[in-house]
Design a protein around this ligand. Sequence first.
Ligand code: GLC
Length: 749
Amino acid sequence: MKKIHFYIALTILSITFIGWNNLNVDTLEPKNDDLIEKKIDSLLAIMTIEEKIGQTVIYSSVEDVTGPILDKNYTTYLKNGQMGAIFNATGSAFTRKLQKIAVEETRLGIPLIFGYDVIHGYKTIFPIPMGEASSWDLELMEKTARIAAKEASAEGLHWTFAPMVDISRDPRWGRIAEGAGEDTYLGSLIAKARVKGFQGDDLSNKHTVLACAKHYAAYGAAQAGRDYHTVDISLNTLRETYLPPFKAAVDADVATFMTSFNELNGVPATGNEFLLKDILRDEWNFSGFVVTDYTSINEMVLHGYAENLQHAGELAMNAGVDMDMQGGVFKNHLKTAIDEGKVEISRLDEAVRDVLRLKFKLGLFDDPYKYCNEAEEANIILHKDHLETARDAARKSIVLLKNDNNILPLNNSKKVALIGPLADDQFHIIGNWAAKGDRDGTAVSVKEGFEAQNKSFKFAKGCEIEGGDTKSFKEAIAVAKASDVVVMVMGESERMSGEAASRSNLKLPGLQQQLISEIKKIGKPIVLVLYNGRPLNLSYENETVDAIVEAWFPGTSGGHAVTDVLYGDYNPSGKLTVTFPRNVGQVPIYYNMKNTGRPEDAEGAHSRYVSKYIDVENSPLFPFGYGLSYTSFSYGKPVLSNQTLSNNQPITVKTTITNTGDRNGEEIVQLYIKDRFGSVTRPTKELKNFKKITLKKGESQTVEFIISAENLKFYNNNLEFKNEPGDYDLFVAGSSNHEFTNSFTLINN
Ligand code: GLC
């Protein structure tokens, strides 16, 4: 009965405000955004303050745990109209049951939004985001996000807490796995692709979901790579490095933002008006809503920024937070704060409006159950096309780091010893934050991949990922002795990256290195395949094995993809989007660092008095942009259309690339520039463009990039985003580790 009252009330109010002819009565949906605002006006006019506060509250169901505190009373809050959204509740039947309570048992029947962490797939799991990013394939990443949205929405979900767009340059930080890596330019393009994939171009389409740019902001700059730790960076660095991917998400019309746990320069992000109002609303005109991270309002007390929970709630609401995730602070303290005049009712209305607007855009007022279609679920979840895309994404995410003597691709005639704790794994292979991905056998292990392609091999686990003992070494050694080549599938557990999983040591965990050492003694060639959620310290492995295949956590079809690459059915094309250090002491290390006044390669530099370590070289083990192929590519000298560039006269850079090897392959052609000097010091190089090309053996192709004055802007000391006349160097190559091969001058005009 209540539902009817609500709709009658809403219709009457709407007609009062906007006249019958503007309303599409059979759907009660307004025809455009202005009408949505009018309908929200109507709703706000009849909502009690408790009902308004309810729309600013999200709780987790107890079905899934993604944080420290669970509140089993969430269904009570739901019945009382005290929550506007739920997360970690999935499945058409379960979400329908909860939606029914909201729509039919509360006074106004305002539908719920259902959120979930659909980070790299929902049921069909794609490579972890760091892995996918290594494909540099923006269309692919948009496609996998699209599939994730389709599967998630088929199970009643409206909202994913993704993409995570945090730039990170510290492999100790476990959440580096969830992002696109260290580069702001590439990370911004990937942010846009993933937002478009999740949201499509019509949020009311039932196979699209709201995306969420997180974690705002600079969460990846946590001191010492320790999760949740302090972030203290210059405003230049914030603007230059950490904010652009969030701005790219806004430009892609991302529906929501999530605040980060960290403080930023003394002010927690969840109470940071500079971030949430000055930048996000006033400068970027963001029109969605802002949800906090899990209890991050409460944590402002522990940060030492709020005196108590009510004060924390006031700080968060007044700074621009619209929804409190799991903390219960808005639910329990916001009314008092308003009664005491600490929060204006108008600010609450703004937050409620931001939330209701997206509920209208999702079409939930038209049909609250439109995403709860049990019949559809079965046709969409784990569809064979999705699994094939997962295999394609995994293949393209794999980075070939080493291939001495072209030991790869393997020849079918070779007898293979398949060894390692992850060779037969179907649990860790889908990585961390794997939503509803099955860990009980749906994913394809490398062993299954070999079996599916009738490869000649013998398997022995050899050791555990962590801990364990050497008792299984003997079997592995015996299998290796009877083989022609040894494939070792090793790495981290899925729990060793993602949230709350920082590591102070980047080496292969447990006894894995010891097992490699024992196998090495046998004298057979060794191919090391890695599952990991961060750059590892592979210095020992690089000295010991013949080939290294970086597979990240390759997802549901990972075993097929790894097999495809190892046997050459797919020629690896991935390139690193994060730097692999020689050891953890080099961290933070990334490709576009500053030159310093005493670079070790300066002309005439003294061997001692330069910026260096006395126990390891400065260079990384594997640089950003690096990845090998089974073929080889040669690059001609970049040819410029002009040696000078001005604000209204861009230049083109043409480079001819030739496949000089004996098989077809893909190459990610990268353009880097260097601003020789500026009013603030400039990075030694910056990625400014890239293009993935396919070349048949012997084929050449000319790749053209355009460089405009706009591409040369940076934040100067007054935080103005400008370019400055001067000389620039450039190169075009298949990695960031290359010398400059041409130059140009930006002139004022
Ligand atoms: C977690 C994570 C965040 C996630 C949220 C909801 O603590 O920090 O990324 O989206 O809680 O699960």
